[in-house]
Design a protein around this ligand. Structure first.
Ligand SMILES: *[C@@H]1O[C@H](CO)[C@@H](O)[C@H](O)[C@H]1NC(C)=O
Ligand SMILES: *[C@@H]1O[C@H](CO)[C@@H](O)[C@H](O)[C@H]1NC(C)=O
Ligand SMILES: *[C@@H]1O[C@H](CO)[C@@H](O)[C@H](O)[C@H]1NC(C)=O
Length: 356
């Protein structure tokens, strides 16, 4: 593979906004006219993936998501989300009109909340093991299979369910940091995407009606990259890698839809929504504005610490911006609540496709 900025430009013209399943709209129209009540209205959300969707699964004593200043905007204290507030899962649940599903680790304490589904996502994980002890995606899917065996959910429950799957690149950072050769990265990427396809199929085969999978965000626009240009520009070489991943994902999803003869699998295009919001420096309604969108709100005071780090005397080794709602990114890799909200506003029309 050649990694060129050109890929990034091509992307904007070829894929952005393109429906994964052709003729969805036509079919939906037909359905609406022939069976008024036949539309799919999911009542449960099952979530698999990493920190882009985790709402509190990582252990309190280890994860930065449980440290101040995470959660400062919502719920007002650290609560296991990798943001100052809400994350993608919360907005997808809001779109469905349900409460955000309970984090799997709290399932015993929230029997009533189980009616909205369960969030199995763990920050830091990938489709493969990423060098920490948190469950990879296969294991996360196994947790749902376990709940079905226990009788917590029936096959019928799954038929009125939506799954959200996020993969935001931990497999790749683990590959690079473990010294995997750069020239073999493309074949590793295809390995990752193929495993994603296997996972998506397993989720669907369990009976889940619709499976939403995120495309890889433009990784070259994350503050951990833009710091090298004083937060002025994205690294397009890195973005080309996201593009490459997304092309393969698109193909896998197209094949799955073809094989299952319906439009069960949908891509939630984080690449184009991040790109649009970053380019516009805000959401399209104009209610959210990000003046320096490539600069995070929470910044460590040196490169060997993180947002949330403290010294042995408890002194904060990070600074937090005055208005988290005017920052797209919360920390070096995660959007703020306002960032996720802007992304969500961009995704709403494609989320409508779950109803077809
Ligand atoms: C996921 O984790 C389990 C348990 O550690 C391991 O046995 C399995 O091989 C992993 N799966 C993948 C696809 O990496
Ligand atoms: C962009 O990313 C590539 C690949 O990680 C790296 O080699 C290059 O130095 C980066 N460029 C800049 C300007 O940071
Ligand atoms: C779609 O599926 C049919 C068989 O069900 C197969 O013959 C065809 O090659 C598939 N097309 C694509 C684009 O995968």
């Amino acid at each position: 593979m050649e990694l060129h900025g050109l890929f990034f430009l091509l992307f904007l013209f070829t894929i952005a906004g393109e429906p994964v399943c052709a003729n969805v709209r036509d079919r939906r129209l037909k359905k609406l006219t022939t069976q008024a009540n036949g539309e799919f209205r999911p009542t449960k959300l099952f979530v698999f993936g990493d920190s882009y969707s985790d709402t509190g699964n990582n252990p309190k004593r280890l994860a930065s998501s449980w440290k101040t200043p995470y959660g400062v905007t919502f719920p007002g204290k650290p609560a296991g989300r990798y943001s100052d507030g809400r994350v993608l899962t919360d907005y997808v649940a809001r779109f469905m009109g349900i409460k955000s599903p309970l984090a799997y680790q709290w399932r015993k304490y929230g029997q009533k909340r189980l009616q909205y589904g369960v969030n199995f996502a763990y920050g830091g994980t990938g489709v493969f093991d990423t060098g920490n002890l948190e469950p990879n995606m296969t294991t996360q899917i196994g947790f749902l299979q376990g709940l079905i065996k226990e009788g917590v959910y029936t096959k019928r429950d799954l038929e009125s369910s939506l799954a959200l799957v996020t993969v935001s690149g931990n497999d790749y950072s683990a590959y690079i940091s473990s010294g995997g050769p750069r020239q073999d990265l493309p074949s590793f990427m295809s390995h990752v995407v193929n495993q994603m396809g296997i996972n998506l199929k397993v989720i669907h085969d369990m009976g889940v009606r619709k499976v939403l999978v995120s495309s890889l965000q433009p990784i070259g626009c994350l503050p951990q990259q833009t710091v090298f240009s004083s937060y002025q520009q994205c690294n397009e070489t890195e973005n080309a890698a996201s593009y490459y991943h997304n092309q393969m994902l698109q193909q896998v999803v197209t094949e799955l839809n073809n094989a299952t003869k319906d439009c069960s699998f949908l891509i939630l295009d984080l690449f184009s929504s991040f790109t649009t919001v970053l380019k516009n420096k805000g959401d399209y309604t104009g209610s959210l504005k990000f003046d320096t969108p490539l600069k995070p709100c929470c910044m460590p005071t040196s490169s060997d610490v993180y947002c949330g780090s403290r010294d042995e005397n408890g002194k904060a080794l990070y600074t937090v911006c005055n208005e988290p709602e005017s920052a797209f990114f919360w920390d070096s890799v995660h959007p703020s609540q306002a960032g996720w909200r802007a992304v969500y506003l961009t995704l709403r029309s494609s989320l409508n496709r779950i109803y077809s």
